[in-house]
Design a binder for this molecule. Structure first.
Ligand code: PRP
Ligand code: URA
Length: 209
């Protein structure tokens, strides 16, 4: 079973507390999502392979390390996942970006697909799927399955808040996928919202409620 990494870095936890507060406005909420995404990306890319090359500094030849291995793609789950993309591109500016549009049916809580546009060479890339919320796990599981159907071999999932139920679902359906989260909360409520959570991430990022 792949690991769940819960990131307890003080900067991440501080910004997450700001996001949870219901009095935090759209601008500050959106900024915090982007900043947390950057900080989480730093940790989630810790295992990227390096290779040694030789360069010339102004003083002498030097053996230095650069990132090697497969190219990367970021795949946000629309809509809320969009809020994390720029924060990740700050650190991996050459990554390509694919989009998977899913919304959760409010009655059944099942994910409904409405959009999918991926880089042509997605099967050759390592992918980080991003979405601030992992609740039942239905959306993340569906998005990961999509990518696997396109031939993607190596997928990481990055969420800001997860419910234990969502983590368990992803583990069951995709035991190969490592999960990176800032917090695992207590539970889901009867409407499938994470408790205590932060409410509806998409609405808070885009100011739609
Ligand atoms: C939210 C969230 C996830 C999904 C999580 O999206 O951003 O995509 O719910 O729930 P799940 O784990 O139970 O599937 P939502 O459906 O509200 O769409 P939005 O991003 O367009 O607001
Ligand atoms: N989607 C959200 O945006 N928030 C939740 O708590 C659950 C699903």
């Amino acid at each position: 079973m792949a690991k769940v990494h819960e990131m307890d870095h003080p900067l991440i936890q501080h910004k997450l507390s700001l996001m949870r507060d219901k009095t935090t406005g759209v601008k500050e909420f959106r900024e915090a999502v982007g900043e947390i995404a950057t900080l989480m990306c730093y940790e989630a890319t810790r295992d990227l392979p390096l290779k040694e090359i030789t360069i010339e500094t102004p003083v002498a030849d030097a053996k230095v390390k650069v990132i090697s291995g497969k190219k990367m793609a970021i795949v946000p789950i629309l809509r809320a996942g969009l809020g994390m993309v720029d924060g990740i591109l700050n650190l991996i500016p050459t990554a390509k970006v694919g989009h998977i549009g899913l919304y959760r049916d409010p009655e059944t809580l099942q994910p409904v697909e409405y959009y999918c546009k991926l880089p042509n060479d997605i099967a050759e890339r390592d992918v980080i799927v991003v979405d601030p919320m992992l609740a039942t796990g239905g959306s993340a599981t569906a998005a990961i399955q999509f990518l696997k159907n396109y031939g993607v071999k190596h997928i990481k999932l990055m969420n800001i808040i997860a419910a234990p139920e969502g983590v368990a679902t992803v583990h069951k359906d995709h035991p190969d996928v490592e999960i990176f989260v800032a917090a695992i909360d207590e539970k889901l409520n009867d409407h499938g919202y994470i408790v205590p959570g932060l409410g509806d991430a998409g609405d808070r990022i885009f100011g739609t409620k």
